[in-house]
Write a protein that binds this ligand. Structure first.
Ligand code: GLV
Ligand code: MN
Ligand code: MN
Length: 421
């Protein structure tokens, strides 16, 4: 990280996205998994928060961490107003072993875009904020978009404070460890009221822009998606002393559930279903597990299809578990229906960026959570590999700058009152 002292906004050259990201390139590298593991409120994400605060201070922005752990960097409007703000940003946390750009690209692009606006000397007429939402990936506590869903009231604080991470640390303790008071978690009317419009820039998590040979796109929609946890219980026992015929092995049942998930989803057009996390308890090579926790991610544009698919998975799980002498329970962890971004705002972005194609995405985002509450939009920056949630995710420097310039153009259009036609 750089440690230069804050300087007044207009005395600096605009920072490039590449230089901003270079300052945190080594934060949260995961030598075991590859890529980055930047879990909410764990040391790497806290270091990124410190970087965010330093970049905000360098630009004379006022940094606030709100009651849900969301970081804000404010440039107030006339008279110090924070109302009806133009808000941009993304998240700093990652999936386990994720890429460098999913989240931080949107935050770095926001700072770079602000520098471009400053260089153009525009935009003081309306408040502007750069935001970083915690636990967007649910990589630590399992709930996707936890920070934004707490802010909008979609997650009940009393039901999430006891969530445990892989080491048994509760969300309440993680918040306390990060200097936040868990009692203040929950729907934040003031924060919602201040957001006049939210625009999130994100690395594209597919090949749409590669195929269209364009650096930047405007988002149209986000696929509906949810998470469920299946707990398969059997009988823990000794790997050498237990005959094959005498076993009630939940791992064998769980393996069949994984195949059933693949088969059931494959038979439904547009469905995507994944078991990306399977945890045997206690998890020893010479131990027949007593329990297996299996996390299921299902996505489809139609809620009814998603619900039917999950019901079929459970039915199939009951059958295979019964055949293995095991039992299964299912709990819904989170659900977000299909999001269609505000059409008027999307068209406004297209007016500013006439060459940008309009793309749908299968990935979830805080902008999707906010879309039900405030006008929201997204920009995507090209990812030449088309791969994400993997160390293979990539953004070329020139595309990162094109993304920041596009974001600056969009923010300028939103910040500067238009002449009446
Ligand atoms: C987050 O990127 C998700 O789509 O799960
Ligand atoms: Mn993301
Ligand atoms: Mn992601």
């Amino acid at each position: 990280m750089t440690g230069a002292a804050p300087s007044p906004t207009r005395s600096r050259r605009p920072a490039s996205v590449a230089s901003l990201l270079a300052d945190v390139r080594d934060v949260g590298r995961d030598p075991r998994r590859g890529g980055y593991s930047r879990f909410a409120y764990a040391p790497a994400e806290l270091e990124l928060r410190t970087w965010f605060e330093a970049e905000a201070a360098r630009r004379s922005l006022d940094v606030v961490t709100d009651r849900n752990g969301i970081l804000w960097a404010w440039r107030p409007g006339p008279g110090g107003s924070l109302d009806d703000a133009v808000v941009t940003g993304s998240h700093l946390d990652s999936v386990p072993g994720g890429g460098e750009f999913d989240g931080p690209l949107g935050v770095a692009s926001a700072f770079a875009a602000l520098d471009l606006l400053d260089a153009r000397d525009v935009g003081g007429e309306r408040p502007l904020a750069i935001v970083a939402f915690p636990e967007e990936e649910g990589g630590r506590f399992g709930r996707a978009c936890l920070g934004s869903q707490l802010m909008t009231g979609e997650q009940d604080p009393d039901r999430v404070l006891g969530l445990l991470d892989a080491d048994g640390t509760s969300l309440a303790d993680a918040l306390t460890g990060a200097g936040l008071d868990p009692v203040h978690l929950g729907r934040d009317e003031e924060a919602l009221r201040r957001i006049g419009v939210f625009v999130e820039l994100h690395v594209e998590q597919g090949r749409g822009l590669v195929d269209l040979d364009q650096p930047v796109a405007v988002a149209s929609s986000i696929l509906g998606h949810g998470r469920w946890r299946l707990t398969v219980t059997g009988e823990g026992n000794h790997a050498g002393a237990t005959l094959m015929a005498d076993r009630r092995d939940p791992m064998v049942a769980a393996a069949q559930v994984v195949v059933a998930v693949r088969d059931l989803a494959s038979s439904r057009p547009d469905a995507r279903a994944t078991v990306g996390r399977l945890q045997p308890v206690p998890g020893g090579t010479n131990v027949i597990a007593s329990r297996v926790d299996l996390w299921l991610d299902v996505r489809h544009p139609d809620d009814d299809v998603t619900r039917a698919l999950v019901a079929q998975v459970l039915e199939s799980a009951h059958a295979v578990c019964a055949a293995e002498g095991c039992a299964v329970e299912l709990v819904e962890e989170s659900y977000s229906g299909q999001v269609r971004f505000d059409a008027g705002l999307r068209d406004r972005l297209r007016g500013v960026l006439p060459d940008a194609p309009v793309l749908a995405t299968g990935a979830g985002h805080d902008a999707g959570v906010l879309a039900a509450h405030v006008p929201s939009a997204m920009l995507f920056t090209r990812n030449p590999t088309g791969v994400s949630h993997s160390p293979e995710e990539h953004v070329d420097d020139a595309d990162a700058e094109a993304g920041a310039a596009a974001l600056a153009d969009v923010l300028q259009d939103l910040l500067v009152p238009r002449e009446p036609r």
